[in-house]
Design a protein around this ligand. Structure first.
Ligand SMILES: N[C@@H](CCC(=O)N[C@@H](CS)C(=O)NCC(=O)O)C(=O)O
Length: 213
């Protein structure tokens, strides 16, 4: 059975799973169902969320679990993704947790806060504190887990892509003013597998602004 990803490219988590599949040089079908239907909730994700993943061996939900599965299943193909040493593997897991528990909530809270309010200011400050942690890490390490690109880096690409696409130059300064962070975002966004994701015909939601990035 071909790999099936359920969801829409409006979701950064769906894009992250698609990116992991492409990094492993696999193809997939992107399918959408009514995610609150009994059929979807009983067979794919009882929480009624996207993405879900299916291949001949397994049906899975939760994007980071799916990415780990894909990286392990296709270990010998494409980019390694899990870290090349025992320490890198541990750091990859650590930074994937950071992605899930610190980075994603901070960027989502900022994106959903009402513009020019006290809560949007607080959300932005909170996001900047998270970015400071990334800047410090990336000033001593090429990638989050060490010398090689892993799932920890990959998990960030879609959310930064969306942030860059929907923000004006002033807002983007929180990225461009942190040189190591900015160079890393450019690096992880220039991978051929990411280009393949952005060039999928279903990817119509976040068009990059034309201003300088
Ligand atoms: N932790 C989940 C998050 C999934 C998630 O929140 N997906 C959103 C789209 S970005 C969704 O399905 N929202 C629909 C809903 O909550 O009804 C993952 O990483 O897969």
């Amino acid at each position: 059975m071909a790999i099936k990803i359920y969801g829409s490219f409006r979701s950064p988590f769906v894009m992250a799973v698609a990116l992991a599949v492409y990094e492993k040089e696999q193809e997939f079908e992107l399918l959408m169902m009514n995610i609150k239907s009994p059929e979807y909730m009983n067979n794919f994700n009882p929480f009624g969320k996207i993405p879900s993943y299916q291949d001949e061996d397994i049906t899975l939900f939760e994007s980071r679990a799916i990415m780990r599965y894909v990286a392990t299943k296709f270990e010998g193909q494409g980019a390694p993704l899990l870290g090349s040493t025992f320490s890198e593997q541990a750091l990859c897991n650590q930074w994937l947790e950071v992605n899930g528990h610190s980075f994603t909530p901070a960027i989502v809270e900022m994106a959903f806060s009402k513009a020019d309010t006290e809560s949007s200011k607080l959300a932005f400050e909170k996001f900047e504190k998270v970015l400071d942690v990334y800047e410090a890490r990336l000033s001593v390490s090429k990638y989050l887990a060490g010398d090689s690109y892993t799932l920890a880096d990959l998990a960030h690409t879609p959310l930064f892509h969306i942030f860059m696409a929907v923000s004006d130059d002033e807002k983007k300064k929180c990225l461009t003013s942190r040189p190591h962070l900015h160079a890393w975002i450019q690096d992880i966004s220039s991978r051929p597998a990411w280009k393949k994701v952005t060039e999928r015909p279903e990817n119509t939601f976040y068009k990059p602004r034309t201003e300088s990035q």
